[in-house]
Write a protein that binds this ligand. Structure first.
Ligand code: PGA
Length: 240
């Protein structure tokens, strides 16, 4: 895994955004899997500005939401779909039908999961996957203990993940489950960027890189990926 450590959060944002623009220029049809959460917000904003400035276009790209919570109303701002829309999709020129998201309110969730996997697979998987890292090392909704060939599926969230969701919501009706892309498609992605900023991520970043490679810390599995990079700012990388 490539490790890229930056002196400041703004340098971290600028580098990821610059590389992302490069990837889009090299392959305008880039298929990208994106997380929500606090980690990528400034990067998404930089990418939205890149479109406004005419530096890149998403017209031919495809974006897949990494996961979504269940049990929240469709327009809840804390849902992955809505965070991606707010910070990136709605500010970009991505055609509506090229934004794929997980409908956790559908009556047949098994079908939603199967169809999402087919959609990912028929296009040849992801070219680029961006991932935040949970305090317990989770990747999206791949909680500790997730199997390596996990498909898109319904997941009961671990307690720390339920607690963390409060940070994205404006109410106290915390989700306890969600649907997320499984480790299989994340590990199969042609390129993976793990992103972490802020001091509270320092310990899990240390475990991710220096601890055992194990599905007990799903982020550590990316050390075996042939084209994965970890981008940390000074605070998140403080224990490396
Ligand atoms: P965060 O969440 O980006 O809000 O820190 C990351 C995660 O839990 O996957």
């Amino acid at each position: 895994m490539n490790i890229l450590k930056f002196d400041s959060e703004s340098a971290w944002v600028d580098c990821v955004a610059s590389l992302w623009r490069d990837r889009l220029r090299q392959n305008p049809r880039l298929r990208i899997c994106l997380p929500s959460g606090h980690t990528p917000i400034k990067i998404f904003e930089a990418m939205a500005r890149s479109v406004a400035n005419g530096w890149v276009s998403y017209r031919e790209a495809e974006i897949f939401a990494l996961d979504d919570y269940g049990g929240l109303v469709p327009d809840d701002l804390g849902r992955c779909r809505n965070m991606l829309r707010r910070y990136l999709i709605d500010q970009s020129d991505l055609p509506k039908e090229r934004f794929h998201w997980i409908d956790t309110a559908a009556p047949d969730l098994d079908r939603v999961c199967r169809e999402y996997d087919v959609l990912i697979e028929t296009g040849g998987g992801f070219d680029l996957t961006l991932l935040g890292i949970g305090l317990n090392g989770h990747l999206g909704l791949n909680e500790p203990g997730s199997v390596l060939d996990a498909p898109t599926r319904r997941v009961e969230m671990h307690e720390s993940t339920v607690k963390a969701s409060a940070g994205y919501l404006t109410h106290s009706n915390l989700p306890t489950w969600g649907i997320g892309v499984g480790l299989k498609h994340l590990l199969d992605s042609k390129e993976v960027w793990l992103l972490a900023n802020g001091a509270k991520k320092a310990e899990i970043i240390q475990r991710t890189l220096k601890g055992a490679i194990s599905n007990e810390v799903p982020a550590s599995l990316m050390r075996r990926h042939s084209n994965a990079s970890l981008f940390v700012d000074q605070d998140a990388g403080a224990l490396l």
